[in-house]
Design a protein around this ligand. Structure first.
Ligand SMILES: Cc1cc2nc3c(=O)[nH]c(=O)nc-3n(C[C@H](O)[C@H](O)[C@H](O)COP(=O)(O)O)c2cc1C
Length: 149
């Protein structure tokens, strides 16, 4: 059964510097590799304090992936926002698409009631999904360019 899971967590990668971008790109590389193998698609939205991730795939694959993610010290305080069966993937083209606030999508963030940062504690699963879908419509990223964050 196809399942979609949405969670948020506290980002422990630290300030937006080269080290943080390198660590984030390590996560993207391993996700790309594993998610292709495990039939996982989705989106990872981040800022320097938060992660917000949507995972879609077969239920066992999602739960195994979440199990690994939950043990990862690069974040903590994971809160599951929503988990439900899914008829059809909403991020079929993204083994894991990366989204973050930058100049050219600040209006999009504002439309979702967000200023300069995410505050996933105040968001419902539905609002998180709407933000991710809007970001995906304009194109998510595979990795962060060194100058971007
Ligand atoms: C915020 C966050 C999101 C992650 N997303 C994924 C993911 O979508 N897929 C994945 O396989 N690993 C993801 N990881 C990495 C896992 O926690 C773990 O390091 C990795 O799956 C281990 O893979 P390996 O056993 O092949 O080395 C994520 C980590 C963090 C901190």
């Amino acid at each position: 059964m196809l399942t979609r899971l949405i969670y948020h967590s506290e980002n422990h990668l630290g300030a937006a510097d080269g080290k943080m971008i390198g660590a984030l790109n390590d996560i993207m590389d391993v996700s790309d590799r594993n998610n292709e193998k495990n039939g996982i698609t989705g989106a990872l939205i981040f800022d320097t304090l938060w992660f917000l991730q949507i995972l879609e795939g077969e239920r066992d694959a999602v739960s195994q992936t979440l199990g690994r993610i939950m043990r990862d010290p690069r974040h903590d305080e994971i809160v599951i926002m929503d988990a439900r069966p899914l008829e059809q993937r909403m991020f079929p083209n993204w083994r894991m698409g990366l989204g973050f606030l930058r100049g050219d999508n600040s209006a999009l963030y504002a439309r979702h009631g967000l200023g300069t940062r995410l505050d996933p504690r105040r968001m419902s699963g539905e609002q998180a999904l709407a933000l991710a879908l809007d970001l995906a419509a304009g194109g998510l990223d595979r990795r962060v360019a060194p100058h971007a964050a």
